[in-house]
Design a protein around this ligand. Structure first.
Ligand code: BGP
Length: 482
């Protein structure tokens, strides 16, 4: 027993991290265009004005806007069945609240999707992946304003109509469950930080700030449900899923308090959103969460109806690492290492401090399937590495080892009975890191000759993992090269 015959093998990217061409062909500025580069020690900044003293890596991405044909041809050579990419909202509605869409933006993605289809690659499209129009952030305060629901609904109607028959698999909002915490609040919800930093200290958020974040998330959930309904109306063939950051928590110890905390962490990080998008209503524990945070979320009758009518067809999620839950505040992890819980002392870490835990992927797949019985798709999984370009390639053994172990874990989950429909690694090709803005935090099967300041030829070179993944796909996950 192995992966299903029509398993969707592929890789993923996001527009603001790979396209570049940040102001070409009528595109408006997006939130990521205002983020500087940083590194593990120095968080990225969000600047109100674009300042000459800073480098803004989304301006360049990895030049995919100009080189998409070359990239898709390489993905086809690896045997991709699907390519997960995102549409940059600000290419279609440059200000977010425009009356009419930008035709040049629509035409660009049509060419990209046609190119995928030419190679027999099915596009899996994220409707928004950290790309809110800058104007919406400044003028409306991001998703906290209910009018943004209508802007998004208009945007999705445009996409579903324009690409009917060309795209059938859609993801509503990237990592929607990230919206209420540091980083996600900015890049997903479009709420600009007081500190100017993309990573900040959540502990000191005021009650009003927390209220605003949860209202923004509520608006995103309502908007996603509308997208599902509109998408099914326009084309019943459309398969529309949510996209979650795959938080996986274990109790840090066998103390009952840690086990209770683990349950609460899974509730707040995963089930709070998933219950809404899969079951069409907030879970029973939502009221407890609101009470504990001193906030109040009003769900009108109309919103309740919308949520019920727009439940997703499948669940997609990213999975990179796992964390631990602890009732002891002194054992909380380090936000600079993107630890929202406590570090797991049992696990090795990447060069950026992310734990490596393939077994956690099997655990999460079973956990989500057990709770929702919806088809699952892993749409991000990979390892960021410093890499050396030598002999015209990169010998990226660490990537092969990481992916092999995670594919094995997925296979075990399939054997457990989980309905897993696809896997797109992060990332298909080297792109700018969303968290740090670095180019040198590389994730791809294809090396891109570019550095953190935008220098280089941007030429593409397949790495060792490129040829390894080709065999994995050709054998439908049987030949893992070990
Ligand atoms: C996910 C995002 C991606 C991506 C990835 C890796 O959370 O959806 O956009 O970048 O994380 O993170 P990073 O680029 O910070 O290493």
């Amino acid at each position: 027993m192995g992966f299903r015959k029509d398993f969707l093998w592929g890789g993923a990217t996001a527009a603001t991290q790979c396209e570049g061409a940040w102001n070409k062909d009528g595109k408006g500025e997006s939130i990521l265009d205002h983020c500087t580069n940083g590194d593990r020690e120095h968080p990225r900044l969000v600047t109100r004005e674009l300042e000459d003293r800073y480098f803004y890596p989304s301006r360049n991405g990895c030049h995919q806007y100009e080189r998409y044909e070359e990239d898709i041809a390489l993905f086809a050579e690896m045997g991709f069945k699907t390519y997960r990419l995102s549409i940059n909202w600000s290419r279609i509605y440059p200000m977010g609240d425009d009356e009419e869409p930008n035709r040049e933006g629509l035409d660009y993605y049509r060419r990209v999707f046609e190119c995928c289809r030419k190679y027999g690659i099915e596009p899996t499209v994220t409707i928004t992946h950290y790309d809110m129009a800058w104007n919406i952030c400044v003028k409306y305060g991001g998703w906290a304003d209910r009018r943004v629901i209508d802007f998004y609904a208009k945007y999705v109607r445009t996409l579903f109509t324009e690409y009917k028959g060309l795209v059938r698999r859609w993801l509503c909002i990237n990592e929607i469950n990230f919206s209420t915490v540091s980083y996600g609040e900015i890049v997903t919800s479009g709420i600009l930080p007081k500190s100017g930093k993309v990573l900040c200290d959540d502990v000191h958020a005021t009650r009003q700030e927390v209220q605003r974040r949860f209202e923004a998330l509520h608006n995103e959930l309502v908007a996603s449900a509308k997208a599902v309904r509109i998408g099914h109306e326009i084309d019943p063939e459309n398969q529309i899923g949510c996209m979650m950051c795959g938080f996986t928590f274990y109790p840090l110890s066998s103390r009952p308090e840690d086990a209770a905390q683990q349950q609460r962490d899974m509730e707040i990080w995963m089930y709070y959103c998933l219950d809404v998008v899969c079951r069409g209503e907030y879970p029973y524990f939502a009221k407890r969460i609101w009470r504990e945070k001193g906030i109040d979320i009003e769900v009108s009758e109309e919103d309740a109806r919308t949520l019920k009518e727009g439940t997703v067809d499948f669940i997609s999620f990213s999975y990179y690492k796992s964390e631990c839950s602890t009732a002891d505040p002194d054992k909380q992890g380090n936000i600079e290492d993107w630890e929202y819980g406590a570090a797991n002392p049992e696990l090795p870490k990447t060069e950026w401090g992310w734990s490596i835990d393939p077994a956690g992927l099997r655990w999460l797949l079973n956990d989500l399937y057990g709770r929702y019985q919806k088809p699952l798709m892993v749409v991000e999984n990979g390892i960021g590495e410093y890499e050396t370009f030598e002999d015209g390639t990169v010998h990226d053994k660490a990537r092969i080892d990481y992916l092999r172990a995670h594919i094995k874990a997925m296979k075990e989950a399939v054997e457990d009975g989980v309905d897993l429909i696809g896997y797109t690694t992060w990332s298909a090709i080297d792109i700018v890191s969303a968290g740090t803005g670095e180019m040198k935090k590389r994730y791809g099967f294809i090396y891109v000759d570019a550095d953190d300041e935008g220098n280089g030829t941007y030429d593409r070179y397949p790495k060792d993992s490129f040829y390894w993944y080709k065999k994995v796909i050709a054998s439908n996950g049987e030949d893992l090269g070990d």
